[in-house]
Design a protein around this ligand. Structure first.
Ligand code: SAH
Length: 358
């Protein structure tokens, strides 16, 4: 029997987060076993399309922040976005994620609505769509939900107010982000959030509080990954020698996944691309530590290099079908089955709305 039971308190979470690497195999096995028991052994693909890097926000950590004048800004034409969605549907991906920089305008809202309607039409309403388009009003969230999006990802980035403030300009507000998570839930979405792990000044106690925050907000899905500096941001050298701490940063990312799984067994947890940026088999190891979702990139190759949230983002020179074959092969090497043609919805969501999982 594993000595890593289900943590019940903040202190127990902190103890798990402090697990030494020598004892980690046991921790990761316990998390993977629990994953299989609760959400199943299969891993689900969400094809992610990063369809625009135009952004009104100026987050200190992010490579596509408004003030970074060195980024070539793009918006992928509608027909190419729809094409990518149809490609994913035909490839058997149960769902896609449409992510972009943040914009707030009637024009932006309506464009996304039209895209959703077209994608629903072209895929017989079978493709699940997750949005990750930042902070919006309840009405906007509702309009997109009615147009067919059923899940939304909005990372809180950190649940610690002071740390949040240190990572953002004064007009970015923690409370507003929390309000958005509440609005998303009211609009009917499966709600996803998450944090960056290994931020300058972040402690294990803060990470434990992040997991408690996920529980308090009754979150359905988590997307989280290690913080990785981007050289054109104000935080470029906030971690003095990143190369030297890269391994620890990666390891903390895995431990955070395992701790979250042990605390919140029935949610979906993604093995983020940032894990892959720090370790060649990063996403696979994320799965073996308790994640059950992978987001292969389906962005047109032409644009990938301009969606650099952090340095050395992987797979930017590849095409959608290369990412598909690569991920499938990589997972089979770990004996992990992929849930093709299934939505792989959050079991927690159906439990909280009192319905059976389909
Ligand atoms: N505009 C959308 C999508 C943001 S990009 C939104 O606001 O939700 C998706 C995520 O990338 C962010 O939420 C952030 O957690 C992550 N990210 C940004 N910069 C990063 C960095 N330097 N290292 C690791 N993750 C980063």
């Amino acid at each position: 029997m594993s000595s890593f039971g289900r943590p019940a308190t903040k202190e127990e979470l902190i103890a798990i987060l402090a697990t030494e690497e020598a004892d980690s195999a046991e921790l990761f096995n316990a998390a993977r076993e629990l994953t299989i028991e609760t959400v199943g052994a299969k891993v689900y693909f969400r094809g992610i399309i990063e369809w625009s890097n135009v952004c009104i926000k100026d987050c200190f950590y992010c490579g596509i922040r408004k003030s970074n004048r060195q980024v070539e800004r793009y918006v992928i034409p509608d027909e190419k976005i729809i094409e990518a969605a149809v490609w994913a549907w035909k490839a058997g991906y149960g769902s896609i994620v449409m992510q972009s920089g943040e914009q707030r305008s009637r024009q932006f809202t309506d464009k996304v609505t039209r895209l959703l309607q077209a994608i629903m039409r072209e895929t017989n309403g079978e493709l699940g769509v997750t949005l990750s388009l930042g902070e919006q009003s309840f009405d906007t969230y509702k309009q997109w939900f009615d147009a067919g999006a059923k899940r939304y990802l909005l990372r809180i980035e950190t649940s610690n107010r002071e740390l949040y403030t240190s990572l953002h300009p004064p007009d970015h507000h923690f409370e507003e982000r929390v309000e958005c998570l509440i609005a998303l839930r009211e609009a009917g979405y499966q709600v996803g959030t998450g944090v960056m792990i290994g931020l300058p000044g972040q402690t294990d106690e803060m990470l434990a509080d992040d997991i408690l925050f996920f529980k308090k907000m009754d979150i359905d899905m988590i997307g989280m990954g290690p913080y990785i500096p981007h050289h054109q941001t104000p935080m470029a050298s906030a971690i003095p020698d990143f190369e030297a701490v890269k391994k620890q940063q990666f390891y903390k990312g895995l431990v955070m996944i395992a701790a979250t799984r042990l605390f919140l067994p029935d949610i979906n947890i993604a093995a983020s691309t940032a894990l892959q940026a720090l370790n060649d088999v990063g996403r696979e190891l994320g799965i073996m530590a308790g994640a059950n979702i992978i987001m292969p990139n389906i962005t047109d190759s032409e644009y990938r290099a301009s969606y650099q949230l952090y340095d050395n983002k992987p797979c930017t020179g590849e095409t959608s079908s290369m990412c598909h074959d690569c991920m499938t092969l990589r997972l089979s090497a770990y004996g992990v089955e992929i849930g093709f043609n299934e939505h792989g919805d959050s079991k927690h969501f159906f439990r909280r709305i009192g319905a059976e999982t389909h």
